[in-house]
Ligand binder design. Structure first.
Ligand code: PSU
Ligand code: MN
Length: 305
């Protein structure tokens, strides 16, 4: 397999991987499709800074001119952020055509995991993952992120899942696929904007070291697939559950009314929620990503010991 044809790793990230330094992968759909410009670019650059301050090397991943690029330059981040929804949102099924045509793409959790694994990066921090959508029993809308967690050996740190998803079904799916769901310092699955959801995680682990130890076993024993670490939003930025859930319900109703389907669903809902909450949810969203970057870096540091 000629990986070099499709993979481009920045010199800094390549050096870090080769010498066993901690590296944290970061996704790009959150930049192009998850937040408005210019907050998206500002956030992406700040996340990289937070990873560095915590002692790891950031590797933001996207598809640039037909190459899975691991370690974007600030100019590339600016380009993706400015282009926004006009960039192709690239999940696993989009890779063959985008790479063959030499096009650009923003990587979802699924494709960021693929890029990280190809380059040898083991830890990835983001905001929220895709999952089983509400109503999936008839729409069959289940994010490819879940299948990726089932097969690709990357640890993903997120703030749980938004209740645009069916959290119970998402957990069932992950269980079926053998994906361990860890709660960082919590027994309860966090729901992105809120610290609680009413659902339990599989295991509560209280330190980055314990998380790294468990993930190392997964790698050593070739158990296959990733691990999901859920990290509750810091208390001071968490939102009132009633308020945010009402807005999520309204966003979903609007999505159904407009007949939005498939890969457009998640970006539509994210944008709608941000508009309905007058930007207050964006503020929380940014803070929880920072919080996950910090934890991701701490886990990467432990894993590289
Ligand atoms: N959830 C969020 N923010 C995001 C996403 C999901 O709270 O930015 C993005 C991620 O890139 C995720 C993708 O991988 O949406 C999932 O899209 P889909 O449901 O179409 O698989
Ligand atoms: Mn979908």
């Amino acid at each position: 397999m000629d990986l070099k044809k499709y993979l481009s790793v920045s010199p800094e990230v390549a050096e870090a991987i080769a010498s066993g330094k901690p590296v944290v992968a970061l996704e790009s759909t959150i930049i192009s499709h998850g937040m408005p410009y210019p907050q998206n670019v500002e956030t992406a650059l700040n996340v990289e800074k937070i990873v560095r301050e915590a002692g790891a090397i950031p590797a933001t991943i996207a598809i640039i001119k037909g190459k899975i690029t691991v370690g974007l330059t600030p100019d590339e981040i600016e380009y993706l952020g400015k282009k926004g929804l006009a960039v192709t949102k690239a999940s696993r099924r989009d890779l063959p055509v985008l790479l063959a045509r030499g096009e650009d793409g923003a990587t979802t959790v699924a494709t960021t995991m693929i890029g990280a694994a190809l380059a040898g990066v083991r830890v990835f921090a983001t905001g929220g993952i895709g999952g089983v959508h509400r109503g999936a029993e008839t729409t069959m809308d289940i994010s490819a992120d879940l299948e990726e967690l089932a097969q690709t050996p990357v640890l993903v740190v997120c703030a749980g899942a938004k209740s645009i998803l069916d959290l119970g079904l998402t957990l069932e799916y992950l269980e079926t696929k053998g994906v361990t769901v860890i709660g960082y310092q919590t027994e309860e699955l966090p729901a992105f904007y809120t610290r609680t959801s009413g659902f339990k995680v599989d295991y509560r682990l209280d330190t980055a070291k314990e998380i790294a130890d468990s993930f190392r076993v997964k790698l050593d024993c070739n158990l296959g697939g990733g691990m999901l670490v859920t990290n509750p939003i810091p208390e001071e930025y968490s939102m009132d559950p009633e308020y945010i859930n009402k807005n999520i319900d309204d966003a979903i109703a609007e999505c159904e009314r407009l007949g939005i389907k498939g890969k457009d669903t998640t970006p539509f809902l994210l944008d709608k929620i941000q508009k309905l909450t007058g930007g207050s949810s964006l503020k929380s969203n940014i803070q929880l990503v920072f919080n996950n970057a910090k934890l991701g870096a701490a886990i990467a540091c432990e894993l590289s010991k």
